[in-house]
Design a protein around this ligand. Structure first.
Ligand code: ATP
Ligand code: MG
Length: 253
């Protein structure tokens, strides 16, 4: 990567790399000003989770994949951070699922939309994919939301029955659930409104989630539907965090 100087042997290499990816994305105009703050909040929770995919997150990931695979009209909605950190793997996922990717950002400006759409188009070329990329011409609105945040594409988000919306804002997540969709959230903060609103919340880092989804698909691992309770799922994450902190407290006694 261009001017990224960290050594892979550095203990914080992955974290430094992700920060650098976001810095580059910001320079290209892909991110809103608050994007790095949102990432910082995610990093703090990732520390508490142990920077790993915990069992309950893997279970949620598999249930999410089952829903996406069996959906009539699945869609993947991406914002700036998601595109910067997991754009390639989510494009691969869209290709496997044969579904569109829709750029849908909280602070919608024509410039950011263009940069993000072009970035995804370049991934299509680089990986020789043929994923439909939506978002340039929004022609529908999400009921219950005001202003530009309600804009979406009829053939993408609006008509979807199952939607993967990583790092989504709580309000929009709630509005999508109210439309009757199965809403799959990825959020490292199990206490956020988005996490609580989602139908299935994967409490894990977005680039790890995207890699896990690809690896399950490419290894042809079977995913089947199991009873899933999102409240219980979030409770298990909080118990994991509690347990880790209890163990850490013992070490410092
Ligand atoms: P709300 O409570 O309404 O959901 P919020 O306070 O979570 O809002 P957002 O701007 O939606 O505010 O924050 C982005 C969310 O994304 C944070 O909860 C953060 O933990 C999470 N997040 C940030 N980076 C990542 C990442 N790389 N992978 C997964 N989650 C992330
Ligand atoms: Mg949120």
């Amino acid at each position: 990567m261009d001017d990224f100087a960290a050594d892979p042997s550095h203990p914080r290499y992955d974290s430094l790399l992700k920060r650098h990816m976001l810095e580059s994305a910001a320079q290209k105009g892909m991110l809103a000003g608050s994007a790095l703050i949102a990432h910082g909040r995610g990093e703090a929770y990732d520390y508490l989770i142990g920077e790993q995919t915990i069992d309950t997150a893997m279970n949620a990931t598999k249930q999410a994949l089952y829903q996406l695979k069996t959906a009539k009209n699945p869609v993947i909605s991406v914002n700036g951070n998601t595109t910067a950190l997991a754009g390639e793997d989510l494009m691969r996922l869209a290709s496997h699922l044969n579904c569109p990717i829709e750029v849908n950002i909280f602070y919608r400006t024509p410039k950011r939309m263009t940069v993000l759409l072009e970035h995804l188009q370049q991934i299509n070329q680089k990986l020789e994919l043929n994923v439909e990329i939506l978002g340039a011409l929004p022609d529908a609105r999400i009921p219950g939301l005001e202003g530009p945040r309600a804009k979406c594409c009829h053939d993408g988000i609006f008509s979807s029955d199952v939607i993967l919306v990583p790092l989504e804002d709580g309000d929009r997540c709630e509005a999508l659930v109210a439309m009757g969709k199965t809403v799959i959230v990825v959020d490292l903060n199990p206490l956020s409104r988005s996490a609580k609103m989602g139908s299935i919340t994967i409490v894990d880092e977005i680039s790890r989630v995207a890699k896990n989804l690809i690896s399950i698909i490419e290894n042809e691992e079977e995913v089947s539907q199991l009873p899933f309770d999102n409240e219980k799922n979030l409770q298990l994450v909080l118990e994991h965090i509690n347990q880790s902190l209890t163990e850490l407290t013992k070490l410092t006694e």
